[in-house]
Design a protein around this ligand. Structure first.
Ligand code: ATP
Length: 355
């Protein structure tokens, strides 16, 4: 699903990468293309046609380009948010968002290499955290109320996902840190539930260092001392904000991959939005989307015990590293003047050289 804005451009790049690894490794992949977003609003009167959810539910992986839902009409006029519908209806309860500094790339901080594990289906997302209805409403003109839902069940499963990821995080340090980021001094009840779940889960992983930090302090620490963070586990809205901060600190929003996953099918989705300001200029950085596809392959490989998909994921990760080592083609967000196509070509060439 290409999505809106720069979506078609970066999905095109990702498809080039997929087709190359598919050929190189003889991967058995059948790609299904679905029209969504402003393109399908024009042709079918809805941004998320009826068949999309079922096709995605029955797939082994989903690739979703960024969507410009801010500019969609009301739902009654066909403006459905594909990202929110897929996350909630398929219960993709964790959003895994790494941020790391690559050699050569100009960045605001040097020692950043972390993974944010963000709760993805409840929290302060009042457009999607209710079973029926909307958690944001106006009891009378001029008064707005927005509800934040935190559950014991949701907190336990996101904490478990974070500690699983921490257990497999290879880093050159004796103990991996998990930081639970919260605002329990103000939201005592809801973040109390979240922290209780994190503390209980931490007891099952004595080999991991468990820490807690207030979200406001965390923004300052990310800038000042990012190397202390390995895995951050947090609620939906805090995770959204902190992950944009972390990827921008590492160089650009266009750099960091991301998947949304529950217990089954993973959805690759770039960390950034549809960037309408650079749409159609051919200068979008495709790396976030390409790395997201690599993360999706990794997830499929691990869950299905399929070494070829694990290898495909490694190829993508390595090719991006080699691309930055070469330091030749950078899009304007990284202070270069290369195009999306130049970057894609460079990554394809690096993949061809790998074995
Ligand atoms: P959303 O609400 O959909 O998440 P956003 O408000 O976070 O969107 P983005 O669309 O991510 O905004 O864009 C923020 C800024 O980052 C814009 O200036 C945009 O051009 C830039 N940007 C985002 N993604 C990329 C990319 N892949 N390549 C280059 N620049 C990008």
């Amino acid at each position: 699903m290409e999505g809106d804005g720069i979506g078609p451009e970066i999905i095109n790049s990702s498809l080039d990468v997929i087709n190359l690894v598919k050929k190189k490794l003889n991967l058995k992949i059948k790609l299904i293309h679905l029209k969504i977003g402003l393109a399908s609003l024009k042709s079918q009167g809805t941004t998320f046609p009826d068949n999309c959810l079922n096709v995605c539910r029955n797939s082994d992986g989903i690739i979703l380009g960024p969507v410009d839902h801010n500019n969609y009409p009301e739902e009654i006029n066909g403006g459905f948010n594909p990202s929110s519908l897929l996350r909630t209806k398929l219960n993709l309860y964790s959003n895994i968002r790494p941020a790391r500094k690559y050699p050569n790339i100009k960045s605001l901080v040097d020692n950043i290499d972390l993974i944010i594990v963000r709760e993805n289906v409840e929290g302060f997302y009042s457009d999607r955290n209710m079973f029926i209805g909307n958690g944001e409403f106006a009891p009378e003109p001029g008064i707005g109320i927005s509800l934040r839902k935190i559950t014991d069940k949701g907190s336990k499963r996101i904490a478990t996902r974070a500690f699983e990821i921490a257990s497999n995080f290879k880093k050159n340090k004796p103990k991996i840190n998990v930081h639970a980021i919260h605002k329990a001094n103000v939201m005592k009840l809801t973040d109390g539930i979240f922290l209780k779940a994190c503390r209980e889960t931490a007891k099952k992983y004595p080999e991991i260092n468990y820490n807690e930090m207030l979200v406001d302090a965390a923004t300052a620490h990310l800038l000042k001392n990012p190397e202390q963070f390995d895995v951050i586990v947090t609620t939906n809205m805090f995770g959204d904000i902190l992950s944009d901060l972390a990827s921008e600190l590492s160089g650009s929003l266009g750099l960091a991959g991301s998947i949304n996953v529950g217990d089954d099918v993973p959805m690759a989705q770039a960390q950034h939005g549809s960037a309408p300001d650079i749409m159609g200029k051919g200068i979008a950085n495709p790396i976030s989307m390409i790395l997201s596809v690599g993360m999706m392959f990794n997830w499929i490989g691990l869950r299905k015990k399929n070494d070829l998909f694990l290898k495909a994921s490694k190829y993508i990760k390595k090719a991006v590293e080699h691309h930055f080592e070469e330091f030749q083609y950078l899009t304007p967000d990284l202070d270069g003047n290369a195009t999306t196509k130049d970057v894609t070509k460079s990554i394809l060439e690096k993949i061809k050289l790998l074995n």
